[in-house]
Write a protein that binds this ligand. Structure first.
Ligand SMILES: CC(C)C(=O)C(=O)O
Length: 282
């Protein structure tokens, strides 16, 4: 299993400002759990996401000597990519490309076509710096804006991104509208057409829906899951429709029930969980 913990997604919409020192301590503790990736930073407008305005300082204090876990940063445009790439601690940039034209505007103030063209430029930059660029397919399972959803639209964009050489795509259920049926459909139809792309899931959901979503994706071959401790978070740009993340405890529970091997250190996970309790008051 390829596991990404998303403290960035947990923190970004949190109402009270989390002191920078606490963020750093939390992320460094997660570095010792054994996740493949920590989605930790955000180089987007501090006006839009004030909680993440200290990402420069956080990035400068991530202790990469603790493990081989890669660090990822979300960006919304080329300028954000340049800022993120100044930090040697950042291995991966993540861009939220939306399958919904409405949400692409809402999230990055661009049309899909404009965002795609900017991604082509970002990809050149990222390659020249020897880092990676992941694409999130936001609203991959439908949207709350009344736009029609078809798996073929997701496939259309998967094809376009495969043509420019994108290697990692996270099918994201931004507002938690996916069902086990739509998850099965996408994971059955799309990844097998693009063997050069590593597809994963980035689910937002209510706790009670989490197991069935994991199972639907897993049964269709998905081996890459994003999650956040206690399911805290969600996309603040989809405010009216905010739902939490896939809870990491539920992913661990799933792996234990389904007898799936993983490489997480559960003692260290408990210590990070306790830090999350302190930050998010649960
Ligand atoms: C912004 C991206 C990464 C996201 O969380 C989503 O679209 O679900």
């Amino acid at each position: 299993m390829f596991l990404t913990e998303c403290p960035r997604d947990a923190m970004q919409g949190w109402g009270e400002f989390i002191p920078t020192g606490k963020k750093i301590d939390y992320i460094n503790s997660l570095m010792e759990v054994g996740f493949d990736v920590l989605d930790s930073l955000s180089f987007v407008s501090p006006k839009a996401i004030p909680q993440m305005a200290d990402s420069d300082e956080v990035a400068g204090n991530i202790d990469k000597s603790l493990s081989n876990t890669k660090v990822s940063a979300i960006i919304g445009n080329y300028r954000g990519a340049e800022k993120a790439l100044k930090h040697q601690s950042v291995d991966i940039l993540g861009f939220p490309f939306s399958i919904s034209e409405t949400f692409q505007h809402r999230n990055t103030n661009k049309s899909q076509e404009e965002a795609f063209n900017e991604i082509i430029k970002m990809l050149e930059l990222v390659k020249s710096e020897n880092r990676e660029l992941n694409i999130y397919f936001s609203m991959a399972f439908g949207n709350p804006y009344g736009e029609m959803w078809k798996w073929e639209d997701v496939d259309f964009w998967a094809q376009r991104f495969s043509e420019i050489g994108i290697k990692n795509i996270l099918l994201s259920d931004t507002t938690g509208v996916a069902t086990p049926e739509t998850i099965s459909l996408l994971f059955e139809k799309i990844p097998s057409k693009y063997p050069e792309i590593h597809f994963g899931s980035h689910f937002h959901n209510r706790y009670e829906d989490s197991y069935s979503k994991l199972k639907a994706a897993y049964d269709k071959g998905c081996r890459r899951f994003d999650s956040a401790i206690k399911g805290i978070g969600g996309c603040p740009m989809a405010k009216d429709d905010l739902v939490g993340n896939m809870p990491t405890e539920q992913v661990i529970n799933f792996m234990s029930v389904e007898k799936v091997e993983h490489h997480l250190n559960l003692l260290n996970f408990e210590s990070s969980y306790n830090k999350a309790k302190d930050i998010f008051h649960f």
